[in-house]
Design a protein around this ligand. Structure first.
Ligand code: ADP
Length: 205
């Protein structure tokens, strides 16, 4: 079984992916993480995608597909949770040639909460764990002791651009996947989000 996660930047797609990974053994595939890994390792692809990612634009499809297919090769036969892919109808059509989509989770959070959460988001430069400033007093990763950073595309202007890209490019996927969509409200407490996920998925997974 494969699940696609849809949602604006900063709605907690990474957190919700962890639920499917931890509780049901899904393999988490985040195209954003793949981009950042390639940028960090200064691969050929990384050097091209960096300008798109840091400016909040979509990376060209051929590069996304290359990274995605490389990653999927490493974990054949698993159930996948796709986070950040597809991001438009063209990508959804491409995904049909790669994997069956059984369910789509649309994660919903109002824009004012998104902007607040992203302004507080910090990531570890080494283990890639994500925190909020409220959890970490000294900008040091509690897991590995390295420095925490603000993601390069997490400044207000770029976030607004990413929200616009969601409206124009990604929103049509809600109609495209209308028969498979489960809507989850992640604007409140995490326990409430988990309860909603349990209601929809505990029995079927
Ligand atoms: P968010 O969902 O919070 O915007 P991601 O980590 O999913 O963050 O994506 C970060 C950036 O990586 C995007 O703004 C875009 O530049 C690039 N990216 C990720 N996934 C895709 C994709 N499927 N197609 C094109 N670009 C992508």
């Amino acid at each position: 079984m494969n699940i696609v996660l849809l949602g604006k930047p900063g709605v907690g797609k990474g957190y919700i992916s962890k639920y499917f990974e931890r509780d049901f053994g899904f393999k988490h595939i985040s195209t954003g993480d793949l981009c950042r890994k390639n940028i960090k390792e200064k691969t050929k692809i990384g050097q091209i995608v960096e300008q798109f990612c840091t400016s909040g634009k979509l990376v060209p499809l051929d590069l996304i597909l290359k990274m995605l297919k490389q990653e999927l090769k490493k974990s054949k036969g698993q159930s996948y949770i796709f986070d950040g892919f597809p991001r438009n109808v063209q990508q959804a059509q491409e995904l049909e040639n790669i994997a069956r989509v059984d369910a789509v989770v649309l994660v919903d959070v109002p824009d004012d909460i998104i902007l607040d959460r992203i302004s507080k988001r910090r990531v570890c430069t080494v283990c890639n764990k994500v925190y909020t400033v409220d959890e970490v007093a000294n900008e040091i990763c509690p897991t590995c002791g390295e420095n925490l950073q603000v993601r390069a595309d997490d400044n207000v202007d770029i976030v607004k651009k990413r929200l616009l890209v969601f409206e124009t490019e990604t929103k049509p996927l809600i109609e495209y996947y209308k028969d498979k969509i489960v809507k989850i409200d992640n604007s409140g407490k995490l326990e409430d989000t988990l309860k909603q996920l349990d209601t929809h998925f505990k029995k079927v997974l």
